[in-house]
Design a protein around this ligand. Structure first.
Ligand SMILES: Cc1cc2nc3c(=O)[nH]c(=O)nc-3n(C[C@H](O)[C@H](O)[C@H](O)COP(=O)(O)OP(=O)(O)OC[C@H]3O[C@@H](n4cnc5c(N)ncnc54)[C@H](O)[C@@H]3O)c2cc1C
Ligand SMILES: *[C@@H]1O[C@H](CO)[C@@H](O)[C@H](O)[C@H]1NC(C)=O
Ligand SMILES: *[C@@H]1O[C@H](CO)[C@@H](O)[C@H](O)[C@H]1NC(C)=O
Length: 468
């Protein structure tokens, strides 16, 4: 099969981007995957190497890690109001429901974990004015020790820092609740149509770096499904510098990942007796088949691999932070904590051993002034996308949308904190680089989603071969 794909792709690559749908016609499997092979743009990595590395090495370990208490309980505020327009709620769809945890389900250690970190002396000293301090303290549980309150202040300060790519979710809000991610899996919800398009549209239209003159007709109501990204759009994309192109591809990769998940865990049967979830191959084909999508599908899948590489790179970069002897994945259960840290470090070391990394030095590599400006622009656009997630009307989709954008934001923060990470002292304060428990949970779970998507592609490939 690999040989077949290779031959087919030699043809596809030979005709480069201009190749027409006819040329990729062939078996169902080839039509989804033929162009998803070989080297990725802006990177020296190839898809096959990623598949083997992910599916057989990283994915199984990551699955195991994400089942642990530390990673499965995610504190999130799903009740924030949409800052851009009036909320359109889909609470009515039963598969959109998110069941929050009862307070007694979540281990105490996790509930106090935010404070635990700061006691380790990980946080970085801030410079808050006295009155501001007093004001913020008012919001903190008064049973905390003086020392902990101090540390908490430093955290609050840290969370507003200019290094964050996302608007930090207000974990301390009374509306924030713990959600058991294992009990609320990302899958088909039935959230679709104009409201879902509006979100994707806003993300692409208003938040992608794009000259105003180019309209991207994304609304499937006004054109045929999925095949309207015309050549103007792509020649625009090719003309962009590598950073802006990267931004678009990350978003598109995330979009592809979400749509793979809903095709892999589709609601196949819905009776009063039971609900059955599983692969819907035709749903997958409608979204990713080269012919049905006028080759858009292959581009989207390649963007998924691109996103994978960016997050993988961040995993490998952040290793020194987690390697610090004082660092704990604190849940209150000492044995469990030790095991978790060991498994996490193994995963990060695997990530580091991956030979074909994306070179983020080519991002923001221009002169210092331009680079800083671009990085800031990047950050503001990305922040905006994290805020748009509060406009997603389906709570289940909002949960995973939030988690994944926040996780990607953390990946970017890591990639652009290279200097701090290289000079991280073994003990004591980390001078500017910090990750909260929430960021850690989001980052690893977000990567877990992308890693699962890559794995699911293998499953779809086999399923498609059986229907030929
Ligand atoms: C944040 C968020 C989270 C979601 N989570 C879920 C979920 O968990 N479960 C669920 O069932 N549904 C979820 N949805 C809905 C789902 O993503 C689709 O919007 C829905 O299934 C309708 O799909 P569609 O085929 O109409 O096209 P959409 O996926 O809505 O896409 C709209 C248009 O964008 C373009 N497009 C599609 N994919 C890409 C891509 N990868 N890159 C670039 N452009 C693209 C196409 O032109 C397409 O017509 C979520 C939506 C959002 C906004
Ligand atoms: C699979 O998806 C297609 C396309 O969305 C849909 O028409 C079909 O009913 C789905 N199949 C099942 C078994 O639900
Ligand atoms: C943020 O999003 C809003 C709503 O889509 C838009 O009006 C605003 O221009 C965006 N800002 C940036 C920096 O992208």
């Amino acid at each position: 099969m690999r040989l077949l794909a290779f031959l087919c792709c030699a043809v596809a690559l030979g005709t480069a981007r201009g190749s027409s749908a006819q040329e990729v016609a062939g078996s169902a499997s080839q039509r989804c995957f033929c162009q998803v092979t070989g080297y990725l743009d802006d990177c020296t990595c190839d898809v096959e190497t990623i598949d083997v590395f992910n599916n057989y090495k990283l994915f199984p370990k990551l699955q195991k890690l994400l089942e642990r208490d530390y990673f499965r309980y995610y504190k999130v505020n799903l009740k924030k109001t949409c800052p851009f327009w009036e909320d359109i709620s889909h609470c009515g769809i039963k598969d959109c429901v998110v069941k929050p945890c009862q307070t007694n389900e979540v281990p105490d250690g996790i509930k106090s974990a935010a404070y635990k970190y700061s006691e380790e002396g990980n946080s970085f000293p801030g410079e808050l004015e006295e009155c501001e301090k007093a004001e913020r303290l008012g919001a903190v549980d008064e049973s905390l020790s003086e020392e902990t309150q101090q540390a908490f202040l430093q955290w609050a300060n840290h969370d507003d820092s200019a290094d964050n790519f996302c608007e930090a979710d207000d974990e301390q809000s009374p509306d924030a609740e713990y959600v058991d991610l294992l009990l609320n899996p990302e899958r088909y919800t039935g959230y679709k149509g104009p409201d879902a398009w509006k979100i994707w549209n806003t993300i692409y239209e208003e938040n992608c770096f794009k000259p105003q003159t180019i309209k991207r007709p994304l609304n499937p109501l006004t054109s045929s499904r999925g095949d309207n990204e015309d050549n103007t759009f792509y020649s625009w994309l090719e003309g962009l510098c590598v950073e802006k192109r990267a931004f678009y591809r990350l978003i598109s990769g995330l979009h592809a990942s979400i749509n793979i998940h809903l095709s892999a865990r589709y609601l196949l049967q819905d009776t009063w007796l039971e609900q059955k979830w599983g692969y819907n191959v035709s749903e997958f084909q409608m979204r990713f088949d080269a012919v049905l999508t006028n080759e858009e599908g292959s581009r989207r899948l390649r963007n998924l691999y691109f996103l994978y590489l960016i997050e993988l790179r961040a995993l490998s970069k952040v290793l020194p932070f987690f390697e610090r002897p004082g660092f704990q994945l604190f849940t209150g259960d000492k044995d469990q904590d030790k095991q978790n840290k060991k498994l996490l470090l193994e995963i990060l070391q695997d990530a580091k051993s991956f030979p074909l990394h994306f070179d983020e030095n080519s991002l923001f590599a221009g002169n210092k002034k331009d680079a800083d400006k671009l990085k800031e622009e990047f950050r503001l656009h990305f922040r905006n996308i994290s805020r748009i997630m509060d406009c997603v009307g389906c709570f289940k989709c909002r949960l995973w949308g939030k988690l994944q954008t926040q996780g990607l934001g953390t990946a970017l923060k890591i990639l652009f904190s290279e200097k701090q990470l290289d000079n991280l002292p073994e003990r004591g304060p980390t001078y500017g680089f910090q990750l909260t428990r929430q960021e850690i949970v989001e980052f690893l779970n977000a990567f877990g989603r992308i890693s699962t998507s890559v794995k699911e592609l293998e499953n779809f490939r086999s399923l498609l071969q059986t229907i030929e």
